[in-house]
Design a binder for this molecule. Structure first.
Ligand code: GLC
Length: 568
């Protein structure tokens, strides 16, 4: 029998451990939501956001100068992709020092100033933690490569070849070629999931873990509110180096496809995420994950059974949905919302073709951009915008191989054109170089900037920008959009995606015409508890009257209607 005092002690320890697993900040509403659940996030690609010194590349002072714009738009937090010192082989995702700023972007002082300007504008900073690998110029790797006896040797993954001139196994890099790079200094191979200049850290070494956890502490103490964790699926590899099964077909680089069974998604990943979360909790930090999943079950794992892993794993499967159809999106949203977790919605980022271009039909492009915004900013969950999305920036893919900057675009040309197209400078106004720089921009700006830019769109009440701003304002203030459940209505409609966000005695009715024809909708919401005949219009793309008849709601091609219904 356990003594009563011991029992009480055990219960206290158990409760404390539960409390530790939970976010440490006070909830912002009666539903127990944390600040990041009600926030709008925005990804900034620092090379391309705003250039303050006119060298053609964006910088931190440039970002600071646009904090008032972000506030105006309704953004609460920006995730800045890596701005640490880097040889820039992978444009910052090859970090050579995790605790400094690359001189091309500024200094630590500039970072502090930007962070302070952000605070004044209620815009928080999230940094990008490249956890899987460093640059081959990082001092840890330079040491590691220098000799087998070096104390840093075991910080990376070194192996003998299978035979002379043969890598240890068949694993291939996602960026082309073998995943093993020969190093003559010690006559061994090192492992790299991405470019050879991005050697993988050995996360089985506790010293690596401690060092990376310390990196997060350094930045939390400097005021960042969290991290976007890069490429988390690739943290661990099978120590026995089993060959991956080969699949039919070839990738863009001409190599046989393979199932990355032994070098991605190993269960150990989850322990690292839980460890990063423990540190985050001490600083009220929030963790966003670059989480590529095929199923909702996979997505669920990242939250953790006790919600003790990452708070915001991105639903990147959302970025793969095609075509724009009510049934495709309805099914996916129902699955994600049905998982019971807090979703994180993303439409575009620096690695994928912009949504504006993915769904453009050449005729209704701007209207389609509004449908996408009207959808994902009214779903339950936290949205992460990609810079320029709010003005309808399009992809600008290179036309010639010699213009490509992203190495994978040169390696895989023409099948893989690289990611330059989605990384072009932010379009601020209609002056030359879209007001981004007076120098030569590092990537060319598409001609569409003359109409699709912040200054021009601010003046046009019907612009994509003003539509985003209005939906964001609703997203952040409307109790039903913040807290309500998600109930699809008219579920058999292939053209129109419609749903309610129900909260207490009210609901928002969101109606999205995903077709190129006008549509006449009729809603009977009595089963959902709303028996009235009318909705009070809050936002619509065709300037509808202040009320709409639920039995005869007409939508223009790719039109959006958002209205409020109340219980009678
Ligand atoms: C992530 C980043 C991508 C980068 C890769 C390697 O996928 O989003 O831009 O190339 O990791 O760090």
């Amino acid at each position: 029998m356990l003594k009563p005092t011991l029992c009480i002690l055990l219960i206290v320890v158990f409760l404390c451990s539960l409390a530790l697993a939970q976010p440490q900040t006070a909830p912002v509403d009666a539903e127990g939501h944390q600040w990041w659940q009600h926030a709008v996030f925005y990804e900034v690609y620092p090379r391309s956001f705003m250039d303050s010194n006119n060298d053609g590349i964006g910088d931190l002072n440039g970002i600071a100068s646009k904090m008032d714009y972000l506030k105006w738009l309704g953004v609460d937090a920006i995730w800045i992709t890596p701005c640490f010192p880097s040889p820039q082989v992978d444009f910052g995702y090859d970090v050579s020092n995790y605790v400094d700023i690359d001189p091309m972007y500024g200094t630590l002082k500039d970072f502090d100033r930007m962070e302070a300007t952000g605070k004044t504008n209620n815009v928080s900073i999230v940094l990008d933690l490249v956890v899987n690998h460093t640059s081959d110029q990082h001092k840890w790797f330079l040491q590691s490569e220098s000799s087998k006896a070096n104390p840093y040797r075991d910080w990376y993954i070194w192996r003998d070849g299978k035979a002379p001139n043969q890598p240890p196994n068949n694993w291939i890099s996602i960026f082309g070629g073998s995943a093993w790079q020969w190093s003559g200094k010690t006559s061994q191979y090192y492992y790299h999931f991405f470019y050879p200049q991005q050697p993988d850290l050995n996360w089985r070494n506790p010293k690596v873990k401690d060092a990376m956890f310390d990196v997060t502490r350094f930045w939390y103490k400097r005021g960042v509110v969290g991290f976007r964790l890069d490429a988390v699926d690739t943290l661990f590899e099978d120590p026995n180096l089993h060959d991956n099964p080969v699949l039919p077909g070839k990738d863009a680089y001409g190599q046989a496809n393979q199932e990355r069974k032994y070098n991605t998604n190993l269960p150990e990943v989850m322990q690292v995420l839980a460890g990063l979360r423990t540190v985050a909790n001490q600083y009220h930090g929030v963790l966003i994950g670059e989480t590529w999943t095929d199923t909702v079950e996979q997505l669920k794992r990242y939250y953790g059974p006790q919600h003790d892993r990452i708070q915001m794993p991105m639903d990147l499967a959302f970025t793969k949905l095609q075509p724009l159809s009510a049934s495709v999106f309805r099914r996916h949203i129902a699955n994600v919302v049905g998982s019971g977790e807090w979703p994180v919605w993303v439409m575009s980022n620096h690695d994928i073709t912009r949504a504006y271009s993915r769904f453009a039909d050449g005729k209704h492009d701007d209207a389609i951009a509004k449908v996408l915004a009207g959808m994902y900013l009214t779903l339950p969950g936290t949205p992460i915008l990609y810079y320029g999305e709010e003005i309808g920036m399009q992809n600008n893919n290179p036309k010639r191989k010699e213009d490509v900057k992203d190495p994978i675009g040169r390696l895989g040309w023409p099948k893989e054109k690289g990611r330059d197209g989605e990384r072009t400078p932010m379009q601020w106004n209609d002056s030359p170089n879209a007001g981004f720089t007076t120098g030569i921009p590092w990537l060319p700006i598409p001609t569409g900037y003359r109409t699709h830019n912040v200054a021009t769109e601010k003046k046009d009440p019907n612009s994509i920008l003003n539509f985003y701003r209005q939906v964001i304002a609703l997203h952040k203030t409307n109790p039903a959009l913040l807290n309500g459940d998600w109930v699809p209505v008219n579920e058999n409609d292939d053209n129109v995606l419609a749903y309610l966000r129900r909260y207490r005695d009210e609901a928002m009715l969101v109606v999205l015409n995903m077709s190129a024809n006008s549509q006449k909708e009729s809603f009977d919401l009595s089963q959902q508890g709303f028996s009235g005949n009318e909705a009070q219009t809050l936002l619509s793309t065709d300037g509808s009257a202040s009320t709409a008849k639920l039995k005869a709601l007409t939508l223009e091609p790719f039109g959006v209607y958002i209205g409020k219904v109340s219980r009678k």
